[in-house]
Write a new protein. Structure first.
Length: 263
C-alpha cells in the first residue's frame, strides 16, 4: 500500500512539472524583449491603373507611378480614352468609334461607331453602365457591345470636357473639365457629374492645364497631362499637386475599375 502511495505521489510531481508554463528566464526564446523591432507592416496592395497615349497602353503603379508598357492599340484612329468594366474588360474610345482593348497586349478591336463632338471621356459606373462625354460637355450612355447611344444631358454652365471621366465605388463620377472659352494652358477644373442628368458641379481648379486623363486611387483623383505629368488631385477641393513626370510620354487618357474604393 505504501508503494502505491509513493507511485501516485511521483506521478503528481511529474504532471505538475509538465504543466508549468512559467517562462524560463535563462531561455531568451521565452522572453519578450521590449527592444525588439516591431513586425514589418503588410505590403501595400495597389489599385490597377491603366494610362495611355494616342497609340500605346501602359499599366501604372499607383504607389510610385512607374509605367509598364503593354503594347500598341493598332487602331486606325487615335484612342482618346479608356474605361474598365466592373469585371475587368477594357474599352477604348476615339473621336467617333468604340473599341475593346486586350489588357495583355493592348490590341484594340472595333465595336461600333459613336456619334458626338469629339468623344474624349469614358468611364463605366459600378452598375456596369458605360458613359462618355465629348469636348462640348455632352454626356451619353453607350451600350458596350453594340455601340447604341442614349443621350443623357450636358455639363452646362459653359463647361466642356478637358479629357476624361472617372467613377468610383460610391457612385460619384468626376470629370476633368474646362471653360469652353479657356485657352489650352489655362487651369482645368475638377467637376462632379450627375450620372442621370449629365449636369456638372464645380469642385475646384486643378492649377494645371492640358490634363487629358483621369483615374482614382488611394482616396485621391489623379490627372494626367499632355506633357507626361501625374497630378494628385484633392477630391474635396480640386487642388492639384505634381507627384511624377514622364517627359517622354504624352498622356491621352486613363482608366481604373469603377469598383475602386473611395478611401
Amino acid at each position: 500500500m505504501l508503494g502505491l502511495r509513493v507511485f501516485v505521489a511521483l506521478l503528481l510531481v511529474v504532471f505538475a512539472g509538465c504543466s508549468d508554463v512559467t517562462p524560463d528566464p535563462t531561455d531568451p526564446d521565452d522572453m519578450v524583449d521590449p527592444t525588439d523591432p516591431p513586425p514589418p507592416p503588410p505590403t501595400p496592395v495597389g489599385t490597377t491603373v491603366f494610362v495611355h497615349t494616342a497609340t500605346e497602353l501602359y499599366k501604372m503603379n499607383d504607389l510610385d507611378f512607374d509605367l509598364q508598357r503593354l503594347g500598341e492599340f493598332g487602331a486606325e484612329e487615335n484612342i482618346t480614352d479608356l474605361a474598365i468594366t466592373p469585371d475587368g474588360r477594357i474599352f477604348g474610345i476615339s473621336g467617333e468609334s468604340l473599341y475593346e482593348v486586350n489588357p495583355n497586349n493592348a490590341l484594340a478591336t472595333f465595336v461600333a461607331e459613336v456619334p458626338g463632338e469629339l468623344n474624349v471621356g469614358l468611364t463605366f459606373l459600378p452598375n456596369g453602365q458605360l458613359l462618355a462625354t465629348d469636348k462640348l460637355g455632352g454626356v451619353r450612355e453607350i451600350a458596350p457591345d453594340t455601340g447604341v447611344i442614349t443621350e443623357i444631358g450636358e455639363f452646362g454652365k459653359g463647361w466642356g470636357t478637358a479629357g476624361d471621366l472617372v467613377a468610383v465605388a460610391d457612385g460619384t463620377m468626376y470629370a476633368i473639365g474646362e471653360d469652353q472659352d479657356a485657352g489650352p494652358t489655362d487651369s482645368n477644373l475638377l467637376l462632379t457629374v450627375n450620372t442621370s442628368t449629365g449636369e456638372a458641379e464645380l469642385v475646384g481648379e486643378l492649377g494645371y492645364g492640358e490634363t487629358y486623363g483621369t483615374a482614382y486611387a488611394n482616396g485621391k483623383v489623379y490627372a494626367f497631362t499632355s506633357v507626361g505629368d501625374v497630378i494628385e488631385v484633392d477630391p474635396n477641393t480640386g487642388a492639384g499637386t505634381l507627384v511624377r513626370s514622364h517627359p517622354d510620354v504624352s498622356f491621352w487618357g486613363a482608366a481604373v475599375s469603377p469598383l475602386v474604393s473611395v478611401e
